[in-house]
Design a protein around this ligand. Sequence first.
Ligand code: ADP
Ligand code: MG
Length: 495
Amino acid sequence: MGKVAVGVAVIGAAAVCAAAALIVRHRMRCSSRWARAMAIVRELEEKCGSPEAKLKQVADAMTVEMHAGLASEGGSKLKMLISHVDNLPTGDEEGVYYALDLGGTNFRVLRVELGGKTGGIVSQEFAEASIPPELMVGTSEALFDYIAAELAKFITEEEEKYHPPPGRQRELGFTFSFPVMQNSINSGTLMRWTKGFSIDDMVGNDVVAELSKAMHRQGVDVHVSALVNDTIGTLAGGRFSNKDVAIAVIMGTGTNAAYVERAQAIPKWHGPLPNSGEMVINMEWGNFKSSHLPLTEYDHALDAESLNAGEQVFEKLISGMYLGEILRRVLLRMAEEAAFFGDEVPPKLKTPFVLRTPDMSAMHHDTSADLRVVSNKLKDIFEVSNTTLKTRRAVVELCNIIATRGARLAAAGIFGVLKKMGKDTSTGAEKTVIAMDGGLYEHYTEYRKCLENTLIELLGGDSSSSIAFEHSNDGSGIGAALLAASHSQYRNESS
Ligand code: ADP
Ligand code: MG
């Protein structure tokens, strides 16, 4: 009896010791895992660093590339495309015009009614649909048929008062936000796809011809008067309401910028000098690349596995399509190398693009004490439950590192454009307004604040008061309609 009791006691003591050893080992393992995870965070932070001096190098590189792209075709990674828009809207335009806006996740059909000199925009109406993913990688016929069918539906449903007078066609501006080599204001060929689109039979084709054929197949009779992209549309829309708008920047699924250049400062322009002396340039700045860009292993891997490896390097650092994906890649490494989400790597974490930027911004903006939004997002997206507060805080920190880098680089890009325009040192009287649009700018508040503050930082005290941002909500579509008005086939007839 006594012996047995002793034996039990011995076994019991041994079990206690073993359990204690296990706990100690578990704690040690946890703390070393955590240290490993934090080392990955710190490494990312260091590699993403964008101090002012570095941003100024990026801005200078942008200015240099702008000059090179304007000097000759193919002179730079920056295409610096001549838009053929040499007359931005004045505000006097009049009549009913349409626009189609294709360039990312959503597609819009819209109509604006312009009231002339004092009337401004009398009315506007739009319909929106998301592009079925299979159409983004199918055939040009399927994509354009879909677009034309949406337009047909919009027109069929509209009130009689918008019908054109007998003998006249409806006119539209087409906002097509991909790199296009423009041949005139209403024709241009697609150079390549971006933002996840990949339709091989379309590259090299005339975008307006494709659209016109599809409209014909769908039985719609509409004349395409202007072919632009979202940046030019936004610039036109911004200028319509504010004379000081001279730059437009899109921060959405992708990113791009356009600005007003002196026609004489475009060596590759061999056409007649426009009366205005000005020409709108579509920079296609998403393709900007410089050795000064703070690239990490995650960026290199993302690029290598993308549909357009080696292209759109700037876009892959700063735009909405990619920010969430960069975050996913960092989290995956932390899960694999530091068991950040426990012993098992959550399988969902391995799916490319499963973490979208709107989810990232929702986590970044989580103000609840226990970071409930972060917890829910991790559960919903990666099926990871029971995360600790410490883990959730680390996720927010990662959001901040990745978004801050993107926003600061975007600001550096704008600073580079201002430098090229000679507007980076102006003070007081002369004002330059930057028309901004895109879902990332609109909804990712931390990103937007950081972008705007960084530009002020780069400009320094005096110049910052002469620069302003203006959110041009859906300016790209309205702007295309405005450009259709200023380039109407009937513009020389008295009405
Ligand atoms: P597109 O660029 O596709 O023409 P938008 O300008 O509407 O369309 O931008 C959509 C993009 O904006 C999305 O792909 C996403 O990356 C980003 N976005 C949308 N909503 C949010 C949000 N709440 N937070 C952060 N980014 C967002
Ligand atoms: Mg858009």
